[in-house]
Design a protein around this ligand. Structure first.
Ligand SMILES: Cc1ncc(COP(=O)(O)O)c(C=O)c1O
Length: 379
């Protein structure tokens, strides 16, 4: 079946008990057993839940994996995958990784004896140089937040596999509609379902998808053992959100392109970062690796004062963290999502005081550009 059909149907079989077309929210903690050791495959809800299972089957199909396990947040999914690495082993990670991932790796996993190297993963040679005999995992994000740089997933996967390392791609920014890392050679995919998969800014969750059954089994073991499961209601919300993923992404994509073109030609904007613009340094890679360019854009208005003015004038674009919802969200990385990074490092990564990030929603695009135009006129 095609991607849009899978969004609607994969994992969404009619309820066997009633024929309900929408998978029910199985809000139960346990299941009655017919006799000792005789049950329907469900014993206790941390271990198995039909609503969560439906979501896992759905995302497995969308990412083309062998299986998936859903967690209480994107960070819980990343934490679960990181259990594939033991003390004394080494991880190479993008230096533009999501701040929460960076914090977990450096403040928690490093304390447990895992060794990390953070590199610019847009530079394949830098990744090659960072690999060691002890490297077990390469953690990638593409596009990165907030500078919208890409990495060549196929090339880096090949390199990592030559070093016997696993490749994990955080596919939150692209969603499987735009990019399927397992098809490009990655071993595991993680998502904050909080973003495009759910798409309605009303649930926090995460999911990890694996190419091999061995890894699916391990993720299930971790899910049950550490217990950071996605609730039945959140599983249902994400499952429902995904039914419209393809149509939402089409509109996110066309609005994203239009807003990027508008920003790139605006005299108050000094630089626009969007892989769909021909001047983006990795435009050719984006065309090769992604089905479209998405709805995430960052742009520089030159100074903190200009960014503050802009952000105080927008009316439709909502000032807030997060991304991937139907509503346009706008934020200031230097003081919001990336505030915990020391200023010097932030600047080196391109997170300047004048940089603004926008997650373009599915509203009428003329309303989004009019709102930005009005706010930019005050800059
Ligand atoms: C790329 C990326 N990965 C992971 C996460 C963490 O997800 P969550 O907030 O659902 O834990 C985020 C959150 O913003 C993110 O942007």
């Amino acid at each position: 079946m095609g991607f849009s059909t899978d969004c609607v149907h994969a994992g969404n079989a009619p309820d066997p008990a009633t024929g309900a077309v929408a998978v029910p929210i199985y809000q139960t903690s346990t299941y009655v057993q017919e006799a000792l050791g005789v049950h329907k495959g469900y014993e206790y809800a941390r271990t198995q839940n039909p609503t969560r299972r439906a979501l896992e089957e759905n995302v497995t199909r969308l990412e083309g994996g062998a299986g998936a396990r859903a967690f209480a947040s994107g960070m819980a999914a990343i934490t679960a995958v990181s259990t594939l690495v033991k003390a004394g082993e080494h991880v190479v990670c993008s230096n533009m990784t999501y701040g929460g991932t960076f914090r977990y790796f450096t403040k928690i996993q490093a304390r447990q004896g895992v060794d990390f190297t953070f590199v610019d993963t847009a530079d394949a040679d830098a990744v090659r140089k960072a690999m060691k005999p002890s490297t077990r995992l390469l953690h990638l994000e593409s596009p990165t937040n907030p500078t919208m740089m890409l990495c060549d997933i196929a090339l880096l996967s090949q390199m990592a596999h030559e070093c016997r390392a696993l490749v994990v791609v955080d596919n939150t920014f692209a969603s499987p509609y735009l990019q399927r890392p397992l098809d490009l050679g990655a071993d595991l995919v993680v998502h904050s379902t909080t973003k495009f998969l759910n798409g309605h800014s009303d649930s926090v969750g995460g999911i990890a998808v694996a190419r091999s059954l061995e890894h699916v089994e391990w993720l299930g073991f971790v899910q049950n053992s550490s217990g950071a499961i996605l609730s039945p209601f959140d599983s249902w919300l994400v499952l429902r959100g995904i039914k419209t993923l393809a149509v939402r992404m089409e509109r996110h994509e066309s609005n994203g392109r239009a807003v990027a073109r508008f920003l790139a030609s605006h005299r108050k904007v000094q630089k626009t970062n969007y892989p769909g613009l021909p001047e983006h340094p990795q435009h050719a890679l984006a065309k090769r690796q992604m089905k479209g360019f998405g709805a995430m854009i960052s742009f520089d208005v030159g100074s903190f004062a200009a960014a503050r003015t802009l952000l105080s004038r927008v009316r439709l674009c909502a000032l807030g963290e997060s991304l991937g919802g139907v509503e346009t969200l706008i934020s200031h990385p230097a003081t919001m999502t990336h505030a915990s990074i020391p200023e010097e490092d932030r600047l080196a990564l391109g997170v300047t005081p004048g940089l603004v990030r926008i997650s373009v929603g599915i509203e009428d695009v003329e309303d989004i550009t009019a709102d930005l135009d009005h706010a930019l006129s005050a800059v």
